[in-house]
Design a binder for this molecule. Structure first.
Ligand code: C5P
Length: 230
């Protein structure tokens, strides 16, 4: 079963409720999930809302990236959130940080799956150079995939352009791709994008999609997305 994660990128509980309400549809072969990122989690009532959610397939996209000790403690602080299935960490944090997060998950919330985030889909080859990287995005992501395997991550978040070689490194891991746009849609800040159909064809086990579902009626937009997968 493939997952379609809807990015609940809002700071409003009312809008989050609306997104969940409008996307409650049964789909053959696909499971809907919900992703709450920094905008929602940092909002005044965000955490409390997530805490009480009974919906399945929840992903807390807080992209942990800090020293090993602080990263460990952040998982400890989230230990009451037993309804969360996935959490994200930046693979650039390195093996020591990732191992420390894994240790915390094993201790406080065994069922939580850890997803390692590779180079963000909003980076292009030229903008990654500007932050000092001299290697190509492909090489950097390869290195990160090797680290993810060594740290026993449960899945990888990457652009759909990098799935094929990641699959060779991280054989059985879940692969979730952001940067998803239907043909002809605005890219906004995303640089390494692909259509949902192509992303699944390349081997994604899940996709995550936000803005392109949010304009107008969410239910209709999901149906349109599903139709585009035929
Ligand atoms: O609106 P859009 O479909 O571009 O949203 C993509 C979502 O995926 C956002 O919530 C963003 O934070 C998240 N994401 C991403 N790139 C990553 C990891 C997560 O765009 N590498």
């Amino acid at each position: 079963m493939r997952n379609i994660f809807i990015a609940c990128d809002t700071n409003s509980v009312q809008i989050a409720k609306k997104i969940i309400r409008q996307s409650r549809i049964k789909l053959k072969g696909y499971k809907i999930g919900y992703k709450f990122g920094l905008e929602f989690f940092y909002s005044k009532n965000g955490r409390r809302f997530i805490e009480k959610l009974k919906t399945k397939n929840l992903w807390l996209d807080i992209k942990i990236f800090d020293i090993p000790n602080t990263s460990f403690s952040s998982i400890k602080s989230l230990r009451d959130l037993k309804n969360i299935s996935y959490i994200t960490v930046h693979l650039s944090g390195g093996l020591e940080m990732l191992k420390s997060i894994k240790k915390a998950v094993n201790k406080y919330n065994k069922k939580l799956k850890i997803l390692g985030v590779t180079i963000l889909t909003s980076f292009s080859q030229s903008s990654i150079k500007k932050v000092g990287h001299t290697k190509s995005i492909k090489d950097l992501v390869k290195k990160q995939a090797i680290i993810a395997r060594a740290a026993k991550m449960d899945g990888i978040v990457c652009s759909a352009h990098e799935i094929k070689f990641i699959k060779n490194i991280c054989k059985k891991m879940e692969i979730i791709t952001p940067g998803i746009r239907l043909k002809g849609e605005r890219l906004d800040d995303q640089k390494r994008v692909m259509s949902p159909k192509e992303a699944f064809k390349n081997g994604a086990t899940s996709i995550v999609i936000g803005r392109s579902l949010m304009k107008g009626n969410i239910k209709n937009n999901i149906q349109k997305l599903i139709k585009s997968l035929d």
